[in-house]
Ligand binder design. Structure first.
Ligand SMILES: [Zn+2]
Length: 216
């Protein structure tokens, strides 16, 4: 079968899956990429098809760090977002794909220059990236733990930060589901608190002491 013929078949199949499961746009694009990667089709062909079929393109953005010209964005407070807004959807998608590309544990909107109240979090065991939109902290444990944290916006440095051991939160996921009273613990609780801080312009360096300074 001609590769392009198969490509369009796989795209149609992914559209069908999308229609039946209600997956967001970027999920079936990923599914398509997976199918095409499994068939070892040339990546240029994949890009070509995506460019012509994907009306809402996503982009992998640069991460803003404290040494960047526009580092002031990291200090700004974010504003809640409405997922129904098409412009907002593009921002959500960009953050999701940038976090996936970087394979980081967490990435907050200000780090890619967005002022929306959201961040991406990766499950360290499954590797799945979840979007946390308009998060609200319901409860934090009094019990705390000190551990080392790094931040993509403060490259090469590490900090010892004291965080609540458990945290209970409400938020909306990237499917628009409202998640209520979800409790995170351990590394997840730490990542959540670190990313949540970003939404209020707070960095790990504000919370803890430096334990590692890069060797220049
Ligand atoms: Zn960070």
């Amino acid at each position: 079968m001609h590769p392009f013929l198969y490509l369009s078949l796989s795209l149609r199949e992914s559209f069908r899956i999308d229609a039946s499961c209600g997956l967001p746009h970027w999920d079936y694009i990923q599914l398509t990429l997976y199918l095409e990667a499994a068939l070892s089709l040339p990546s240029t062909a994949v890009i070509l098809r995506l460019a012509t079929t994907n009306s809402q393109r996503m982009s992998i953005r640069d991460v803003i760090n404290v040494f960047s010209k526009n580092s002031y964005i990291l200090r700004k407070k974010t504003r809640p977002l409405n997922l129904a807004n098409m412009n907002v959807q593009a921002e959500v998608k960009d953050l999701f794909h940038t976090a996936k590309a970087l394979q980081c544990l967490g990435l907050a909107a200000p780090q890619i220059g967005s002022q929306l109240r959201m961040f991406a979090m990766k499950d360290p065991f499954t590797g799945l990236v979840e979007m946390v939109i308009n998060p609200v902290v319901v409860k934090k444990s009094r019990e705390t733990l000190v551990d080392e944290e790094q931040c993509l916006s403060i490259p090469k440095y590490a900090f010892l930060v004291n965080r609540s051991k458990y945290i209970t939160v409400n938020y909306t996921d990237n499917y628009g589901n409202r998640i209520s009273n979800r409790t995170f613990e351990g590394l997840d609780a730490r990542v959540f608190q670190h990313e949540f801080d970003h939404l209020d312009g707070i960095l790990a360096s504000d919370r803890g002491s430096v334990v590692h300074v890069p060797y220049f």
